[in-house]
Design a protein around this ligand. Structure first.
Ligand code: ACM
Ligand code: ZN
Length: 745
């Protein structure tokens, strides 16, 4: 009897809510929602929550609750303490007589209702039993966003609504709608019909991963009418979501220039709606006043459609080559007393900002808007890591964090991706462990961090199903980053709740990635030993792992990390409930440097940081030449890589494996020098190589022959090409250097 009574009080683990609420206090007993339960709503402002709840109950369980103005039992009551405030906290009480949700405002009530949905069963039933509980909750950040690029690929209005539902279900409140780009202009502007009749369509699309395997030569495009835009904005507002439109300027504007070529600098063009990915030289002319008239006209129509206080004006990736050659732009630089083209971009953004400020709106721009001077009231969206966000916060500007390293959901979430994605590797745990407030900020500076956002660029996302595969479950992790206080976050706990969340995705009929449950392989230096330690793992319930070495037929159970001390091929097999699910083969190439202490002088790009310096001595050499997480990226630095071989050793060759891809601005180095030292202090050059082009493959191993030398410390100085040559993509810019492995033999 006692056991039965005890069993009726749930524990905190019985509430698999994502994002994790601030306080969850289980209570004895439970309550059951049935078709007779009344939905009590007294204030019109809470109707949004009531409607969402009833739609959800109807779609998922086939139940619709009758509305009532009061009830003493068998009720779900929605009410708000204040209908004027916007504070987002709420209290949710499930007791034996009914459910009471009290928001601090109708927004809070809406979120309390979202939490209630997560207490419901994840199968279809008409009697929904919920354990009694008291939940008090409020978010950490005021800006909790998701972005969607509809320019590279367009998505139908019903899917956008589904996407907004996903935001609401995760208590997110901003939808950043990337509406214009080189590959398509997607919003109807009545004053400039060519923007959509011309700018919304491209003649074809590249096939496969950039630079691709040809063009499909199939006309592609579409756009949203103003009526559809209004429908989306209203649908979002019903979910307490603000839609922020992004109109890109001055770059990423090929589609607009194709529609109205006079928007470009004289003598440039012809323009077209782009059929491939990347960065294009097409840019609005900053010297022409008609550019600004055009943009103000466009923005005037945009403002009429979007009540959002924030308007995103892009500002990223705007090559200045056309401006350098344009007499009008150069005249503007002179007349305005600007120093260079970066300041001209700042002038451009400032002029647009003044216009938008005069209409009561605030601009958001990508972190490039810091270059040439931040305009007075701009919000910075930090995407090239956190540096832009940190700088902006220190200048007392609000910041939204979207570092590509952690929050670009177009990056792959599995090491061995089976569909085409962007290069970066951003697994679930990395998203979960992201903290939007950089440690280097003071408490005062940290107040400028409004929150963060997941970005979904769609070069390789053609269909709604792929959007879902890319966002789930990472968006669920992000929702917790944005909502839960750091002390209330715990990945192990999230992982347990995630199992229920996966059932919810299925219940919502949403696709998702199971990458987190893949077989994983981790290579690390063997502590205190020569060689490598290889660890395999599999998170899925019921998993076992076996492995075999090259040449061995038999597999053996994997029970502990393997010590690998010579070149070896290791294959691990992942079995779930005794069925083979998945396998990984590591082709480890050991040499004198493998697993040895390594330091790198010279900034490693946070986009391409892989496993840090160890990546270069991890025994894994890139086989395909595709940029994977197996390489470190450097820009505008000549890295110095120092490896401690442990003892003085004979050295014959040093091989620096680099990647070459002119379309991605990635070039082999111009010079590699090897210096040797006995004590790690005084070095002597022992060899050097100037790689000779032309380079053909994507992999360029640079071999440095060492004539008879002995050294314990090997310092490899890698000198970059200074500029990308004329006629190549990114001409005049500093190239990237990718290094994948350094071998000492
Ligand atoms: C960006 O990813 N170019 C903002
Ligand atoms: Zn110009």
């Amino acid at each position: 009897m006692l056991l039965v009574l005890l069993a009726t009080t749930a524990t905190a683990q019985d509430f698999p809510i994502i994002p994790q609420p601030a306080h969850v206090q289980p209570q004895p007993g439970n309550f059951t929602i049935t078709p007779t339960t009344r939905l009590v709503v007294t204030d019109a402002e809470d109707r949004k929550a009531a409607v969402f709840l009833n739609n959800y109950l109807q779609e998922c369980y086939g139940i619709k609750l009758a509305m009532a103005s009061q009830a003493t039992k068998d009720f779900v009551r929605l009410s708000s303490r204040s209908t004027t405030s916007e504070t987002e906290g709420y209290k949710l009480q499930v007791a034996t007589q009914g459910v009471t949700i009290t928001g601090n405002s109708p927004v809070g009530t809406f979120y309390g209702m979202q939490t209630l949905l997560q207490l419901l069963p994840v199968q279809q039933q008409t009697s929904l039993t919920i354990p009694a509980v008291l939940i008090e909750d409020a978010p950490r950040f005021p800006y909790r966003g998701m972005h969607l690029d509809v320019a590279r690929h367009i998505f139908p209005v019903p899917f956008l609504k589904k996407y907004l539902d996903y935001l609401a279900l995760h208590k997110m409140n901003y939808f950043h709608w990337h509406l214009t780009d080189d590959q398509g202009w997607r919003i109807e502007i009545k004053k400039y019909p060519n923007l959509t009749s011309v700018g919304a369509y491209r003649a074809g699309t590249i096939r496969g991963r950039y630079p691709g395997t040809g063009n499909d030569n199939t006309r592609y495009g579409g756009y949203y009418t103003q009526a559809e835009v209004k429908e989306i904005v209203a649908y979002a507002a019903d979910r307490h979501i603000t839609v922020i439109p992004e109109i890109e300027m001055p770059g990423h504007s090929s589609a607009a220039l194709a529609a109205y070529p006079w928007l470009g600098c004289p003598g440039t063009g012809p323009y077209k709606v782009q059929e491939t990915w990347g960065i294009f030289p097409d840019i609005y002319c900053a010297g022409s006043d008609s550019t600004f008239t055009f943009l103000q006209d466009v923005l005037t129509e945009v403002l009429a459609l979007f009540p959002s206080k924030y308007i995103h004006i892009g500002g990223d990736e705007a090559p200045k080559a056309n401006w350098r050659k344009c007499p009008r732009c150069q005249k503007r630089i002179k007349e305005e007393g600007l120093k260079n083209e970066s300041e001209l971009q700042s002038y451009f953004i400032h002029r647009i900002e003044k216009f938008l400020n005069s209409k009561g709106r605030t601009i958001i721009g990508w972190d490039e808007i810091l270059e040439g001077g931040l305009t007075p009231n701009a919000v910075v969206m930090s995407w090239r890591g956190e540096r832009g966000g940190i700088a902006a916060a220190r200048q007392q500007h609000p910041v939204i964090m979207t570092p590509s390293s952690h929050l670009y959901f177009d990056h792959t979430q599995r090491k061995r991706e089976d569909s085409v994605t962007m290069g970066g590797y951003t697994p679930l745990e990395k998203v979960y462990n992201y903290n939007p407030v950089p440690k280097v900020l003071s408490a005062e500076e940290a107040k400028y961090i409004l929150g963060a956002q997941g970005n979904v660029w769609t070069e390789y996302i053609q269909h709604p199903e792929k959007v879902e595969y890319m966002i789930f479950p990472r968006m669920s992790a992000l929702s917790e980053v944005l909502w839960a206080a750091p002390a209330n976050k715990n990945f192990d706990d999230f992982e347990k709740r995630l199992l229920t969340q996966l059932q919810r995705y299925r219940f919502w009929d949403a696709g998702y990635s199971t990458a987190h449950f893949d077989l994983t392989a981790d290579v690390a230096p063997a502590p205190g030993k020569n060689g490598l330690r290889v660890t395999f793992g599999a998170k899925a319930p019921g998993s076992t792992i076996t492995y075999s070495l090259a040449g061995e037929k038999a597999t053996q159970p994997y029970t502990a990390p393997l010590l690998v001390q010579e070149s070896q091929q290791v294959t691990a097999y992942h079995h779930q409930h005794n069925k083979l699910k998945d396998s990984i083969t590591l082709d480890l190439k050991l040499n004198k440097a493998t697993g040895k202490p390594i330091t790198i002088k010279g900034y490693i790009s946070e986009f391409y940081a892989a496993d840090g310096p160890f990546t270069l001595v991890n025994g894994l050499v890139n086989k395909t030449g595709n940029r994977t997480r197996e390489a470190l990226g450097f820009k505008s630095v000549d890295p110095q890589v120092t490896i401690d071989l442990g003892t003085a050793q004979e050295i014959n060759t040093v091989t620096v494996h680099t990647l070459f891809d002119s379309d991605s601005w990635a070039y082999p180095p111009r010079l590699v020098e090897v210096h040797g030292s006995a004590d790690g202090k005084s070095y002597k050059m022992i060899g050097s190589t100037t790689p000779a082009g032309p380079f053909t493959g994507k992999k360029v191993p640079v071999n440095v022959r060492i004539p008879a030398a002995k050294a314990r410390y090997v310092k490899v100085v890698i000198k970059q090409q200074p500029r990308i040559a004329e006629g190549k993509p990114g001409a005049g810019e500093t190239p990237w250097l990718f290094v994948d492995e350094v071998q000492v033999e």
